[in-house]
Design a protein around this ligand. Structure first.
Ligand code: SF4
Length: 573
């Protein structure tokens, strides 16, 4: 990658001093998530960012104050909009507002964080060049403690600021972000707005810090030394819209669902993470636009469960990840390795589900089942395979063994009027069990599609499902390891707990579909499953299945960019 000649924003110097990886993710990969710290900062800046006050100077009791002053320097290669420049007694100085309280030095005096000092010093360098007079000091206003702290721009600080500019330029040419912060600085990660994107502990664990050899993985009770710095689950709900003839519009900060002119529901935008439109529902342009602005993806599925596509916010700007994806997935050796990883996880999860479901009272694990033994054999032979086609063959054999026993997974109610299953069929599914299986896979496909898009991948370039024209191959690749544990599990819950009845299906010609009521029951069970927390097999901490999809997609990104040596598929313990 080549360095850009664009000036570096002075706030980027703050980030690179705080953490070089944070700078890379934010300014090279252009990832911009917002957490409460960032929102707090925006709130504290509302006065200086006000359009009415920008570039205007007011004088009060001998101090002239100019707000929102834009400065740029070709010589330094930096630019910035300065919160405030004050002038008093012929001396000019910058004043920067920061969210939070002032830190204190050893003598208990309020001071300025290192990274903030670099940002303020960069402002002083810009002022000196623009106005031709020295700027020996500035002030930082800490909104949290309402303290105004002076800062001297010493030679050492100026040198540090210039070094930060050089560091930004060095990072701009890298194909992948630098390593996460070392252990002694890890406390910074807990307030970092990009922790869920960066996954610092997980990356370091994978590259041997702490050394995996030091971790006793022989005991399931001993988790690796990975501390969770990312949320365990996603905020916001998934809004399913399936009422035929209804429409969705936007009113203020809400989505409003109407039918026949009557309001049926009103949902605040901040409470929604994703919208799923199923069948004949109209979504207004204004609603779509607002959802895109708020990074709320909209997925469309047909009434019989075919995933049509998604309206997603503009793709992530980290083109380097997509370039690396195309390079890596065009490499037969890398594609083979990844294919084995996802099929290993899928087979292992299918086998676990099969053993758990079929185990008898006298048999604790169900491993005596011939299908379980057959799948064990397939897993054992996976490492010896030398082509993606042969991995596909093994995956197909595993599916035959698994679905050969699926009928036995279904409990029969006392009435004897339960569901039957003979074989997997689709396009269209011809019986209720296949109908709900197909629907579950379509829902999972749209969630995997959303996960790979969020990370910045191209969902159509896969490593396992290669060359399937018009199919989101990469989303389907990611989906493999989750099919048994999310989709199949939801189907079994719905049928074995009698949450679905024969009346929840409609058969027309050869096709069997869920009714509206059946889909409603499905959506509830599916979302509940996604909220279920499970232990990550590599990192040892718990998170929801919904979060796990994104974590695995991010680990694939780390593998693709060469940050970690291997990718491990998700396997239930
Ligand atoms: S989570 Fe930690 S290592 Fe990652 S970008 Fe943020 S501060 Fe840096």
């Amino acid at each position: 990658m080549s360095a850009t000649t664009d000036p570096i924003p002075v706030r980027a110097l703050n980030q690179v001093t705080y953490c070089p990886r944070l700078y890379y993710l934010q300014y090279v990969d252009c990832v911009m998530p917002v957490n409460e710290h960032v929102e707090g900062g925006l709130f504290d800046h509302r006065r200086v960012d006000s359009g009415d006050l920008k570039n205007k100077t007011r004088t009060d009791r001998g101090t002239a104050t100019s707000r929102g002053v834009a400065l740029s320097s070709e010589v330094l290669g930096i630019s910035g909009v300065l919160d405030v420049i004050e002038e008093k007694n012929g001396e000019q100085y910058p004043v920067e507002t920061k969210h939070g309280k002032a830190p204190h030095d050893d003598d208990g005096k309020p001071t300025v964080w290192d990274n903030d000092a670099v940002q303020l010093c960069a402002q002083a360098l810009l002022m000196e060049e623009a106005f031709g007079q020295p700027v020996p000091r500035g002030y930082q206003f800490h909104a949290g403690s309402r303290e105004r702290v002076p800062l001297e721009f010493t030679d050492a600080l100026r040198q540090k600021t210039r070094a930060a500019i050089t560091r930004c330029r060095e990072l701009q040419v890298l194909d992948a972000p630098p390593e996460p912060l070392p252990a002694e600085l890890r406390h910074r990660c807990f307030g970092c707005s990009l922790a869920s994107v960066c996954q610092p502990e997980e990356i370091l664990y994978q590259i041997g810090h702490p050394n995996p050899a030091d971790v006793d993985t022989s005991s399931a009770k001993t988790p690796p030394d990975v501390r969770l710095v990312i949320p365990k689950s996603d905020n916001g709900a998934v809004l399913y819209l399936q009422e035929p003839g209804s429409s969705v519009g936007k009113r203020s900060e809400h989505l409003v669902i109407k039918k026949d002119g009557k309001e049926m529901n009103r949902v605040p935008l901040h409470a929604v993470r994703q919208v799923v439109v199923c069948g004949n529902v109209q979504v207004s342009t204004q609603a779509l636009e607002t959802m895109a602005e708020n990074e709320i993806g909209v997925s469309y599925v047909t009434g019989h469960g075919r995933f049509i596509g998604s309206f997603v916010p503009a793709p992530a700007k980290n083109v380097s990840l997509r370039e690396a994806q195309f390079r890596k997935f065009s490499d037969p050796a890398a594609s083979l390795e990844l294919s084995k990883a996802v099929v290993r996880a899928k087979l292992a999860n299918q086998r676990t589900l099969l053993m758990r479901t079929l185990r008898g009272e006298e048999e604790a694990r169900g491993s005596h089942e011939p299908a379980a033994k057959g799948m064990y054999g397939l897993l054992a032979g996976l490492d010896r395979l030398t082509s993606v086609e042969s991995v596909l063959g093994t995956e197909g054999q595993g599916a035959a063994l698994y679905f050969g026993e699926f009928k036995r997974f279904l409990k029969q109610p006392p009435t004897g009027k339960g569901f039957d299953f003979t074989t997997r069929n689709r396009r269209p599914p011809r019986d209720p069990v296949n109908a709900v299986l197909s629907f579950a896979y379509a829902m999972l496909a749209k969630d995997c599609f959303a996960a790979v898009c969020t990370v910045g991948f191209d969902p159509y370039k896969g490593f396992f499902h290669q060359g399937r024209h018009g199919k989101p191959s990469f989303a389907l690749d990611l989906m493999e390891e989750f099919r048994p544990v999310i989709a199949d599990s939801v189907v079994l819950t719905l049928i074995n707990n009698e949450l679905l009845a024969p009346a929840d299906f409609i058969i027309w010609r050869d096709a069997c579909n869920l009714t509206d009521a059946g889909r409603k029951a499905f959506f509830a069970a599916y979302e509940q499953r996604k909220c279920t927390e499970v232990t990550h097999p590599v990192y040892g901490y718990r998170m929801s299945y919904a979060r796990m999809l994104e974590v695995q997609a991010r680990m694939l990104a780390a593998f693709v960019r060469g940050e970690i040596p291997t990718y491990t598929g998700f396997m239930v313990r």
